[in-house]
Design a protein around this ligand. Structure first.
Ligand code: GDP
Length: 464
């Protein structure tokens, strides 16, 4: 009797690599370089748009083995800290890009703390080595100052000098990245319903709500339903990272699904079901584990006068980023308070809400106000401002906070006198005789009468 070996459905899973680092240190250039070289190999046409996640084929220079790999970009702006930590959550390895002419910067440190929190292996790419002022040694020292000890500098962290612009060192960098992921022996099961993570979600007035997902395990098929973060979508309109229609996707593949009932929070985990009922039931059980859009006030905060804001933006990611930034503003005398924030255009409802909430300021980011809202805002004197750069928006909030800070009364003592005698009182006037101890007393000034450190009277000098 012969036994036919059962075909296993558990196979090697392509690694997911997240690229992190300070803004302008070259993350996008590196990702575009890798994508372009590979795309030119097997796809016609160039890339016009930078995407947040893509899949490519990489050939190791040592073993000439062709591997599928997925790269994830993380927004560099410091406001996107929450998204960065979600990018790291889904990744198997991180590339930390540090510019050789700039060294470790604030977002490098932030990226490092995310990498350490998520406990993912990482490789340092010292970028821009083609620049005349590039200093690899200095960059390594600045890394050591931040507890990243690379090889040759007291540690074992792999570090590859590269130029994302010319491509120098990029192959070597990828070789090192794959050494790390090969060691992890990543696997996935093709025969199980797909599971994974939402990378971003967008509202497009023409096509509706779409979300980019990364499958971490299983296979997603047309006709199924996905549920994530309390929302659902039919697996009907599915595109790969090149915008091509697909009917099936398996692990590590980034795909975009159109037709969600609501915007999904980036970082939400998704599950797949064969029927809509199952997906809906699952969605109902969803409990948010994300930072709420409106942070509840603490008792201490409630004591501080607040300036109220309503925030509308193009994507959930932007909304979160703005809320995160606003959360950092304020001081012990004034603070910003977001009544609510959301995705989409500024409508009449927002203006009405602003009106009943202490004339809240409405701030839009990469969105617009509809006509009815504009007319109502004009009539009710509600401020509506639109921004396309986050730091401009936060600068404006800072300015509003300064303008709205309550003025403090400060007593400036110009002189003091000891009262020697009091004379007749007429109505609210009284004549007092005394001797000036310090400074000067002049007509028109306010006086406080103090006895044994307690204020017992207040008046004004009418004449002398
Ligand atoms: P990101 O914010 O980290 O995504 O940075 P970008 O990829 O947008 O790069 C910021 C700037 O640095 C751009 O003007 C790039 O052309 C430039 N840049 C990126 N990598 C290199 C490099 O290796 N060499 C040089 N000379 N310039 C680079």
């Amino acid at each position: 009797m012969t036994t036919v070996p059962k075909k296993t459905t558990i196979i090697e899973r392509p690694p997911i690599v997240v690229v992190m680092g300070h803004i302008d240190h070259g993350k996008s250039t590196l990702l575009d370089y890798i994508r372009k070289t590979k795309i030119v190999d097997d796809e016609a046409g160039g890339i016009t748009q930078h995407v947040s996640a893509y899949e490519t084929i990489y050939e190791g220079s040592a073993d000439h083995k062709k591997r599928r790999v997925t790269f994830l970009d993380t927004p560099g702006h410091e406001a996107f800290q929450t998204l960065r930590s979600r990018g790291a959550k889904v990744a198997d390895v991180a590339i930390l890009v540090v510019s050789a002419d700039d060294g470790v910067k604030r977002q490098t440190v932030e990226a490092l703390s995310v990498i350490r929190e998520q406990n993912i292996p990482f490789v340092v790419a010292i970028n821009k080595i083609d620049k005349p002022n590039a200093n690899i040694d200095k960059t390594k020292i600045s890394l050591a100052e931040n507890d990243v000890y690379v090889e040759g500098y007291g540690g074992t962290v792999s570090c590859v000098p590269i130029s994302a612009k010319t491509g120098e060192g990029v192959q070597e960098l990828l070789d090192v990245v794959f050494l790390s992921t090969d060691l992890q022996e990543l696997t996935g099961d093709t025969n199980t319903p797909a599971k994974g993570v939402v990378i971003e979600s967008k509202l497009d007035p023409r096509i509706g709500i779409s979300a980019t997902l990364i499958v971490k395990d299983g296979t997603l098929k047309a006709g199924q339903f996905v549920a994530a973060g309390g929302c659902i979508a039919p697996v009907r309109i599915v595109q790969n990272d090149l915008g091509q229609k697909v009917t099936e996707a398996t692990f590590s593949t980034p795909i975009t699904i159109v037709g969600w009932n609501e915007l999904v929070a980036a970082g939400a985990e998704f599950n797949t079901f064969n029927t809509k009922e199952e997906a809906l039931n699952f969605a109902k059980t969803y409990k948010t584990d994300f930072i709420p859009y409106v942070k509840p006030e603490s008792a201490v905060e409630a004591e501080i006068p607040a300036v109220t804001f309503i925030v509308k933006a193009d994507t959930l990611g932007s909304v979160e980023a703005i809320n995160y930034e606003i959360g950092k503003l304020g001081n012990e005398r004034i603070r910003p308070r977001i009544i609510y924030s959301g995705v989409g255009a500024i409508g009449e409802g927002d203006v009405k809400a602003a009106n009943v909430n202490k004339k809240a300021f409405i701030l839009g980011f990469n969105t617009k106000a509809d006509n009815a809202a504009k007319i109502l805002a004009e009539r009710d004197s509600i401020s509506v401002e639109i921004f396309s750069i986050i730091y401009k928006l936060t600068e404006r909030i800072e300015q509003i906070l300064v303008e709205q800070t309550p003025k403090m009364m400060v007593d400036e003592i110009t002189g003091s006198a000891r009262i020697l005698r009091t004379f007749s009182r007429q109505g609210d006037k009284q004549i007092i005789g005394g001797k000036v101890d310090e400074g000067a007393i002049s007509v028109g000034e306010t006086v406080k009468i103090i006895r044994r450190e307690a204020e017992i009277g207040l008046g004004r000098v009418k004449g002398m």
